[in-house]
Design a protein around this ligand. Sequence first.
Ligand code: FAD
Length: 277
Amino acid sequence: METANFSIEFFPPKTPEGVDKLRIARAKLAALHPKYFSVTFGAGGTTQQGTLDTVLEIQAEGHAAAPHLSCVGGTRASVRTILQEFKQQGIKRIVALRGDLPSGYGGAGELRYANELVEFIRAETGDWFHIEVAAYPEVHPQARSPQDDLQNFARKVQAGANAAITQYFYNADAYFQFRDAARKVGVDVPIVAGIMPITNYTQLMRFSDMCGAEIPRWVRLKLASFGDDSASIKAFGVDVVTALCERLIAGGAPGLHFYSMNQAVPTMAVWERLVSR
Ligand code: FAD
């Protein structure tokens, strides 16, 4: 399988043990030769230094790394400071997002949507950064309608995004439909499929409720039927996610972005099965 557009996402660890665990996971995942690693960014300042620290560590190990950057709750001045820091550190790639504020946290900030953030990044730094934005084949949970969400996605690309990464999904048809609809409204940047390996039923249900990803009924029922048998959950998860990736690649998806959750094994299991076929 072509590995040119294969990337892996981490979140910044919060404890010294988490930092050590991520180093071990990263060393294993680096052996798969992803194009880059990305590191998420906490809205409201919670993990922002952790994002930069993790990105710099990855760069120092000789791998390409992209920080995520969210604008919600920030000001133009605060985003400008972060951009300058990224630039000084030689960072060339950013995943630009609106983000979600923790509940009870102040106002939306000066840049209200990701398209405004992308516009601001381009105005401040020209073509310095390769910018990825988020896309939602199963529709963003706050969108007024699928059509409205698609137009808002197109706005981010018109503002200067180079590519997109999708929210994770398990319905390949949702991805193909979204990609084709995006092409029809003039979006011609690569739309890389976001892939969430399946390892834990409760966690998957909780995340999916929050981000609006649908777990197909047959997958949900089968996972539930395994109860505490985590080996069966993981084995079934690898089957389902590998089959999804194969369909996406066969249907022309330009790349895969793995939400690793800072664990090496689930991503490696899918990846190794994909390349062995
Ligand atoms: P937007 O594109 O701004 O869209 C948000 C909502 O507003 C949508 O419903 C959209 O339809 C609507 N909208 C967009 N533009 C306009 C407009 N101009 N006028 C009116 N309505 C509009 N979150 C984090 O906090 N940190 C991360 O590191 C992070 N990484 C992510 C990586 C990926 C690949 C993905 C898919 C998501 C990530 N998220 C992250 C989650 C993301 O921040 C949330 O999904 C958030 O709710 C939306 O961010 P967005 O950039 O897609 O927002």
